[in-house]
Design a protein around this ligand. Structure first.
Ligand code: SF4
Length: 179
């Protein structure tokens, strides 16, 4: 019987949630027994082969490319999980949200620098920034949320194992304490 498939992506995030996934250490051998990895930065695969069972979303949407990737994942994945604070509420990238995009760009690129090159990048290959950073659930429907910054390896492992077994993830209180 074919194994379930897992896909992952990093949108406006720092890859810390992917690092936490890799922190499951030797359990990664069990993970590759339980599922196949489809589209993911972990294998540098940029398109889907087929419909995927679980989509792991790191980061919110800061630009139009993030929105396209998130829609691709929603379309291709039966179950979509928002992993970490950036996917769930925008996290650190959303600290720009109280400012307008113009204020943000001016503060970042037009502040005086020693080399005197003050220009807001406008190369057409750059994805257009959104007016603010959007958490994943404000762009597409998200099925489950794994909290933390990043969620611990144990939380990610437990959540993935539940989903791969066809169960909703559930965590004992001790796993979700941050004090
Ligand atoms: Fe990085 Fe934390 Fe955001 Fe994950 S939730 S992408 S670890 S900043």
């Amino acid at each position: 019987m074919a194994k379930p498939k897992l896909a992952t992506c990093s949108l406006a995030g720092c890859f810390g949630c992917h690092m936490s996934l890799l922190d499951i250490d030797e359990r990664i051998l069990e993970l590759v027994e339980l599922c196949d990895l489809d589209r993911s930065p972990l294998n540098d695969k940029k398109t889907f082969d087929s419909v995927v069972d679980i989509g792991f979303i790191e980061g919110g949407c800061a630009n139009e490319h993030d929105v396209r990737v998130l829609h691709d994942f929603r379309e291709a994945c039966h179950v979509l999980i928002a992993v970490g604070a950036c996917a769930i509420n925008g996290g650190v990238p959303a600290m720009r949200n109280p400012l307008s995009l113009r204020e943000c760009l001016e503060a970042t690129y037009l502040s005086p620098t020693p080399d005197g090159d003050h220009r807001i990048p406008d190369d057409p290959v750059l994805p257009r920034l959104l007016d603010r950073v959007y958490p994943a659930h404000e762009v597409v429907n998200i099925d489950y949320f794994l909290p933390g910054c990043p969620p611990s390896a144990d939380v990610i492992w437990s959540g993935l194992k539940d989903l791969l077994a066809g169960r909703a993830p559930s965590f004992p209180y001790q796993m979700l304490r941050y004090d």
